[in-house]
Design a protein around this ligand. Sequence first.
Ligand code: AQP
Length: 352
Amino acid sequence: GNIIFSGIQPTGVPHLGNYLGALRPWVKLQNEAEENTMLFYSIVDLHALTGQQPPEILMQMRTEMMAALYAVGLQHRRSTIFCQSSVPQHAELMWILSCSASMGQLSRMTQWKSKLALPDDASPFDTVANKPGLRLGLFSYPVLQAADILLYRATHVPVGEDQAQHLEFARGLAASFNHAYQHPGLASPPLVPPQTILSPAKRVMSLTDPTKKMSKSDADPKSRILISDSTADINRKINAAVTDSIEGITYDREARPGVSNLIDIMYYMDDSVASSPQDLATDFKDMSKRALKAKVADTIETHIAPIRHRYQTLIENEPQTKTLLRRSIDHTRVARRRALRTVTEVKSLIGI
Ligand code: AQP
């Protein structure tokens, strides 16, 4: 059967980018999965440490993320939902993979550069290496991510476009490990190079700067809509979204990133309204931006309202949150068992 793995950092309540790019596809995969498909969804708190937040904030954000995952529709009967840090094998396999990971390849990854606001072609080997913000953990983030995926022998990994480069890297690490440690006695290669499942809404952009992706760590809260936002918050943020001064509505992500982002959000929230974002823009061609924004805000509200309600209920109700955390202990056992099997095999192959 297929094995699905994906992760999300506990760095804040998920926004529309996380929802459309990852969480909604996770739920869809869960609901459409065949009986023998296994689904692993991880709150990747070891990754979140690269943000160096205060401990009590990290603790709170893990609980919030757990509530958010259930609020969007993941179910404990079907999906294994667990915290990365409670399965020690993630860090263990990461070290093993680090020993063969190429610095050159890591230096081409765009994520650490965008977190440090550096150009995509910046190299860590010249001036960048002296930048105080470039920590080893941020630089080697993709190696930990590869370990996350390879531990569970995932066949498919659903992510947004920003993670596609990291998955390519994970496939490369798996292939070179398999090549280096071939063993005639093994029925299948020790590591499984995973396939990327890219969501249709692959890159939701910031509302305040539509040339950047919507992100939890953007300093401006108006740049994103959270799944916990109230109706008033949604209206306010969409109204303030940066667009342009061109008359009418057209879809062109290069020339009109702000307007196109709003069209994308509306279309991917509810793709029954048109057959493509372009078609939706054609339907709205004579509309004012004010009217477009009202429609977009309405569509978001319709889809977010039940999620917000479930999220608030889980967060405000302590016994319910405790139940979630208890379930996560059972799920941790399931994850650990599988992770331990992979690491034991990998260790014997490499001679330790
Ligand atoms: N703007 C986005 N559009 C589409 N998909 C997105 N994802 C994130 N932003 C967008 C997808 O969400 C999943 C979980 O992401 P993450 O928590 O690992 O962190 P991230 O990718 O770094 O996203 P953020 O929101 O910008 O978090 P911070 O600021 O904490 O780093 C991934 O599948 C990602 O593709």
